[in-house]
Design a protein around this ligand. Structure first.
Ligand SMILES: [Zn+2]
Length: 319
């Protein structure tokens, strides 16, 4: 590295230090950790989609206090929220956050990673997120969110990559607590990770499961997702912390909402595709009444139906 390179490196270090000390917009939402087992906690975002009014606080995050540091699962949907989560953890334990496991690279789960990286945490995620991060889609999504969610998200919100990209399942023990990480993608996303704490009987499902609201399906592979919901049930968790909604003490029952909704989309849109009914007409004809009263229906259902319609076309054509 020449002199110019050193200069650039120094400038980058200075910029990083400035970032570490940066102020975030003041958050009104209360990030209140709820204890679910002896060592596991979670915070619950507000129902519905992220918007400026809920300060982008619409998703959950979890953390586990071991005897040798804290492991965090997901980082919430803005740098300010990530910073609030870090502060909430520090109110509970003086131990450092050693690791953050990102269940998937959707904006509402990873935009809060910056403060954790600045605090020295090591970030783990599945390699399946790299296409999204490096193919331009993550940048387009951030540009859109910088409009919809300003000042919580702006053009400078960092798209923080993992320090360790997993190729599949992984396990580790930290401070007496065993963590089993299962790769469940492609389902809700290519990179879906589920984190199981066998000693605590708790499973962090990311967006493999939504409780109490319409799931965001978009362009997800719902066929694979349905198959993997079956695998989630086989893990027999006592408690399940989901990506959105309250902790589930009856995972079997709550899995049914996501499973039945996905199956319903596939049946209705699949029939329309097979009968050459255009999407608009199929959407209008479908009786959505059993889901229309749930949070996020207005914002998510049409996109979910359209994504499923296109998916069923591809499945019908064998692509
Ligand atoms: Zn998601």
């Amino acid at each position: 590295m020449g002199w110019r390179g050193l200069g650039a490196a120094t400038a980058l270090l200075l910029a990083a230090a400035a970032g570490a000390a940066q102020d975030y917009p003041p958050v009104k939402a209360r990030i209140e950790p709820v204890k679910v087992t002896a060592r596991a906690w979670y915070v619950q975002g507000q129902p519905g989609m992220a918007n400026a009014a809920n300060e982008a606080y619409n998703s959950n995050a979890g953390f586990v206090v071991t005897d040798d540091g804290v492991v965090v699962i997901d980082a919430l949907g803005s740098p300010a929220l990530g910073n609030e989560l870090l502060k909430a953890i520090r109110r509970i334990t003086p131990q450092p956050v050693r690791r953050v496991i990102v269940t998937h690279y959707h904006a509402d789960h990873f935009y809060g990673l910056g403060p954790f990286r600045n605090a020295g945490a090591e970030i783990w995620a599945h390699r399946g997120a790299l296409d999204y991060l490096t193919g331009g889609e993550a940048q387009r999504r951030r540009a859109q969110r910088a409009v919809d969610l300003y000042p919580w998200v702006d053009a400078d919100t960092p798209l923080v990559h993992a320090d360790r990209w997993l190729d599949g399942d992984a396990s580790f023990t930290l401070g007496g607590v065993r963590f089993d990480i299962h790769h469940f993608g492609p389902a809700h996303s290519p990179e879906d990770l589920v984190v199981v704490l066998p000693q605590e009987g708790v499973l962090f499902s990311g967006d493999m499961l939504f409780t109490g609201r319409i799931p965001f399906v978009g362009e997800a592979d719902s066929k694979a997702w349905l198959a993997r919901i079956g695998r989630l049930i086989e893990l027999k968790p006592r408690l399940m912390v989901t990506g959105h909604g309250a902790v589930s003490s009856a995972p079997g029952r709550d899995l049914a909402l996501t499973r039945d909704y996905l199956a319903f989309l596939r049946v209705e849109m699949g029939r329309a595709v097979a009968d050459f009914v255009p999407f608009e007409e199929a959407y209008r004809r479908t009786d959505w009444s059993r889901y229309a009263g749930l949070p996020a229906f207005e914002a998510a259902n049409r996109v979910n139906a359209y994504g499923t319609y296109l998916l069923m076309e591809r499945e019908l054509l064998g692509k």
